[in-house]
Structures are given as C-alpha cells and as structure tokens.
Design a protein around this ligand. Structure first.
Ligand code: PMP
Length: 353
C-alpha cells in the first residue's frame, strides 16, 4: 500500500544548497552574508522576554510590518510578511495565478524554485530563454501570453540586474499582467522597484532578511505592493499557517531594518569585494557576467563547473554547481570576507595551473 498522494510521489522538490556540519568549509555556496547581523539583533535576543513566548505571535506581524513600511516609505497595508521570501513567493502562485489560466512566465535560467511552486500549485508556465549574454529578453517576455511574471532582479544564479528605469518601462507595457519582482539580492544593486508599487498596481516586490540583513537563520521575508495584492497573499497565508512569522523573528527583523547605518556599511564591503573578486576571475580567463548581487557566476573554457566545484570542495571551499545545460559550464560563488575570497582565488590559481 502506498500512502503517498500522486502529487507527493510525482513532484520534483527544490534542492537547497548544502549546509555541511561535518567539516569547516569556506562556505561560498548559498549566498549568505559573510558579516554578522546588526549588533541590535544580539541586544534584542539578550533582552527577549521568554515569558512572552507562552503566547502566539501577532498573526499579521503588525509591528514588523509597520517597521518595514516606515523603512520602505509605504503604508503598512502595502506590506505582507512570511516565513522567508520563499514562503511569500509560494503563496503568490495560488494568490495570483489560475490552473486554467495563461500561466506564469519566467526565464529559463532563474531561481529554480519558481518552477517547483508552479508544478506544486498546478500553474502552467511560459519559459522565455535569457539572451546569450545572460540578460533578460524583456521584449520576448512582454509578448508572452501569460497571466504574469516572476523576475528575479538581480537574477540568480547569474547576478545580472535590470535598472529601475528599464523595469518601469516593462511594467508599464504590461498593465494587465502581474509582475512579481524577486528582489532577494537588490540591496547589493540599489535599484529597488518598491517606489513603483504606488504607481503600478500590477507590481509586487518580494524581499528577504536572509541576504543583505545577514538573517538567513531567522526565516523572514516580505512583499510590498498594492493593498489588493497584499490581501490576496493574506488570504492564502490564512489557508496554510496563521502565524508564519514567530515572535523572535518579528523582534529581530524589526531591530535589523531600523539599523540602516550598519547595513549600509556591510553591504558596501560586500559590493567592493564583489568587484575585486570579479576582476581577479576575469584576469584568470573566466567569463563572469557583471554581477549586481552578492555572488559571481563564473565559467572557464576547458574546465567544467563540476570539476572546479569538486576540486574546490576537496580544498575546503564550497561553491554552488548545477548539473544542467548551460549551468554545468559555470559555478556560482558567493562573495565572502576578503580572507575567504583570497583563499578561493588562491585555490583557483592552483587548480588552473
Ligand atoms: N529568491 C531568490 C532569487 C533566492 O536566491 C533566494 C534564496 N535561495 C530566495 C528568494 C529565498 O530566500 P529566503 O527564503 O531565505 O528569503
């Protein structure tokens, strides 16, 4: 007797990057921030009233939503919070797409969770290939027959970004279609489309505390958009989990988003290292698209991504690799501290020589 549903048996789940515990690696494989969260986060955890944990948290994460609204310059009714931006993205599929609709459109090389969510919720997909230089083909996307779009900006795993002015032209050209902008890495670019959400009711921006805020372990993400869209997400949330943001996450993320100065400094360090490491990789003969994120997508003629991944791993450096067409010629390298990046570059020199 097989107790699993057809869906549980048939679905191909998303594979997250490894989090090995058996050995200390230089870990450049899951786009985590190399720097710790704001000191205010430690203070919140030190002074946490454990007695309060008896109670359920706010179902609408109201305190955090207010803090996000203030930081983003929008109203609290324009903010939705979830357990990581993955959950926000997951809920957006049933909130905005129909199984018998024209489908969700996204690039062939982009965040691979989109196709898992679409499959899980039975939403058709329209795949538009990236151009040869890894930029988005927005003209082809605009022409696609679909209910809406998922655009990771900057894109993963390529790091390529689209500026706000270009994105506004795209959004304005498809007023009947929803455009979900996954800005998980946007703070490393600084061209967020949150300012467009007041003007265009078809734009939903999704962000996370996992990357620029150094809080991947806390699991919190959010969406900004028209109140109608936020209501749609809330309706879906309330069909799955009344309390996706726990009390600790709410307190920690509220403190973090208020510490603008600390994060501006940490982000600037990551961006400066990104440029240094990219220049070094280019000088070693790697092809590396210009990255607007906290990672670099690097490939080199005559060495496969798999070989680089395996050799680096043996040397104690973890990067991300996918055994798929196009991707298999590349590895994705998260920008680390200057010391970690030096270790990576020195291992690459050894591997290539
Ligand atoms: N979007 C993109 C493009 C990502 O790379 C990630 C991280 N894997 C996420 C969303 C999800 O991040 P989180 O659930 O940690 O907020």
């Amino acid at each position: 007797m097989d107790f699993l549903s057809k869906k549980a048996r048939g679905i191909v789940p998303y594979t997250a990057g490894e989090q090995p515990k058996e050995r200390r690696y230089i870990k450049l494989n899951t786009n985590e921030n190399p720097y710790p969260p704001s000191p205010r986060v430690a203070e919140v955890l030190r002074t946490l009233e454990t007695e309060d944990l008896r109670r359920y948290p706010r179902p609408d994460a109201g305190k955090l939503r207010a803090a996000i609204a203030a930081a983003e310059g929008v109203g609290a009714e324009n903010v939705f919070c979830g357990n990581g931006s993955d959950e926000v993205l997951a809920l957006s599929f049933p909130a905005f797409f129909d199984g018998d609709g024209a489908g969700a459109c996204f690039a062939d090389l982009t965040y691979s969770f989109y196709e898992v969510f679409a499959a899980f919720f039975g939403i058709p997909t329209k795949i538009v290939p990236l151009r040869a230089d890894f930029t988005f083909d927005l003209a082809a996307m605009q022409a696609a027959d679909c209910q809406g779009y998922y655009i990771a900006n900057p894109n993963a795993p390529t790091g390529v970004g689209i500026g706000r002015a270009e994105m506004e032209r795209f959004v304005a050209s498809v007023p009947e279609k929803l455009v979900v902008l996954d800005e998980a890495y946007m703070d490393f670019f600084g061209e967020s489309c949150v300012p467009l959400t007041g003007k265009y009711p078809n734009v939903l921006v999704v962000k996370t505390f996992s990357k620029s805020y150094s809080l991947a372990g806390i699991r919190c993400g959010y969406a900004v958009g028209d109140a109608v869209l936020i209501d749609g997400l809330t309706r879906m949330k309330d069909c799955f989990n009344s309390y996706p943001v726990d009390m600790v996450a709410e307190a920690v993320c509220t403190a973090a988003i208020e510490d603008k100065a600390y994060y501006a400094e940490v982000t600037a360090r990551v961006v400066s290292e990104r440029e240094r490491v990219r220049a070094a990789l280019l000088s070693m003969g790697f092809t590396v698209p210009e990255s607007r994120s906290n990672f670099l997508f690097a490939g080199r003629a005559k060495v496969s991504g798999g070989e680089i991944y395996t050799r680096l791993r043996q040397a104690g450096v973890l990067v991300r690799y996918w055994e798929k067409p196009v991707l298999r010629d590349f590895v994705r390298i998260t920008v680390g501290t200057p010391e970690e990046n030096d270790a990576l570059l020195s291992q690459l020199h050894t591997i290539l020589s």
